[in-house]
Design a binder for this molecule. Structure first.
Ligand code: DAH
Length: 338
């Protein structure tokens, strides 16, 4: 009997639909049973006599509807299960208080810069600012470094096409300070400087310096020493071993290099101190008479000292950072430590 065959097919299909473990298996059942070449479609009522055809067709339709309904129900159950799983996984308590923005921190160079500004402000120094795009005159000529002078080669310069340059040091702010404020003058000038350097663990093309200058009557190396020592003990909060060597800079006479013993290795040598145990920290000297004269200050009446301090290098010493490239990496894992 065809009706029996239909009943059997229906109950088999319902069992398979219930047994399907996932939407893919369910789809296989659907294709097997309800598909165009599926088992329902195979049942041919065309051969039956017209009298038998009616009831058989009805039975076939009823079976199809029952199977389709079971299929839809199972499909919905799978969808609801997936949604529940997602809700479980992505569960979120909206009644919790918001965590708020994560507090930021100051860059190690900024921290040191602020401390130095505070210290020198308390000593009566003005904190001056100067342009990063500088004129050739302020960066070189007014510092006693004329065009053909070999000292220009000490600083590999980024020249701009209009004849200006990215300042190679903060010393031009000395000139601007003298021009604008005149003597007596006590100033520092922190800021960013640029050189065409090959970048490695201890060289960057962009770094920070602080310039310092004092112009007054009867200024001597002893005054300079006093300020240098006050500065270093304030920065390192401890005694540091220093040495003074003669140093050449066209804008000071006499000129010195103040070195400190490497705070990273303590003397034996490491990549930061280039294995020497010493780090050049502070070139300094008495302001050259030509420099005073060019900025309209009479060197017979006034004298001064000046120093340049590598802020970036200082921050590396103080926080024991062994690779200068970290400073501008923007890496938050680095920055959050400060
Ligand atoms: N401007 C010099 C440089 O960056 C450093 C310097 C040397 C600054 C001696 C000074 C100084 O004020 O007196 O190489």
């Amino acid at each position: 009997m065809l009706e029996d065959q239909i009943k059997q097919l229906e109950s088999d299909a319902l069992v398979r639909i219930q047994a399907a473990k996932n939407p893919d298996e369910l789809e296989t059942v659907r294709v097997d049973v309800l598909g165009r070449k599926g088992s329902l479609a195979q049942i041919n009522i065309g051969k039956l006599s017209p009298a038998e055809r009616g009831p058989a067709g009805k039975a076939l339709n009823a079976a199809r509807q029952t199977i389709e309904a079971a299929f839809e129900a199972r499909k919905e159950a799978f969808a609801a299960g997936a949604l529940n799983e997602r809700l479980q996984a992505e569960w979120l308590d909206l009644s919790l208080p918001a965590p708020g923005p994560r507090p930021g921190s100051l860059h190690p160079v900024t921290r040191i810069q602020t401390e130095i500004e505070d210290l020198f402000t308390s000593l009566g120094f003005a904190v001056l600012d100067g342009p990063e795009v500088e004129t050739e005159y302020h960066n070189f000529d007014a510092l006693n470094i004329p065009a053909a002078h070999p000292a220009r080669d000490m600083q590999d310069t980024f020249w701009l096409t209009d004849g200006n340059l990215l300042r190679t040091h903060t010393s031009p702010v000395q000139v601007r300070g003298m021009e604008r404020l005149g003597p007596p003058l006590r100033m520092i000038a922190p800021g960013r400087v640029f050189r065409n350097e090959e970048v490695d663990a201890s060289h960057e093309h962009t770094f920070y310096q602080v310039e310092g200058m004092m112009v007054d009557r009867n200024v001597s190396v002893a005054h300079m020493n006093y300020f240098m020592k006050t500065l270093l003990s304030a920065i390192f909060h401890r005694e540091v071993t220093v040495r003074l060597r003669p140093g050449y800079f066209p804008f000071v006479e006499p000129g010195f290099e103040l070195d400190i013993q490497c705070l990273i290795c303590g003397g034996p040598g490491c990549p930061v101190c280039k294995q020497s145990g010493w780090v050049e920290l502070m070139p300094c000297g008495l302001v050259h008479p030509n420099v005073l004269r060019m900025s309209g200050i009479d060197p017979d009446q006034w004298g001064g000292f000046a120093f340049g301090l590598g802020l970036t290098r200082l921050a590396m010493m103080r926080y024991v950072i062994d690779d200068v490239r970290l400073m501008q990496s923007g890496d938050l894992r680095f920055l959050r430590q400060f």
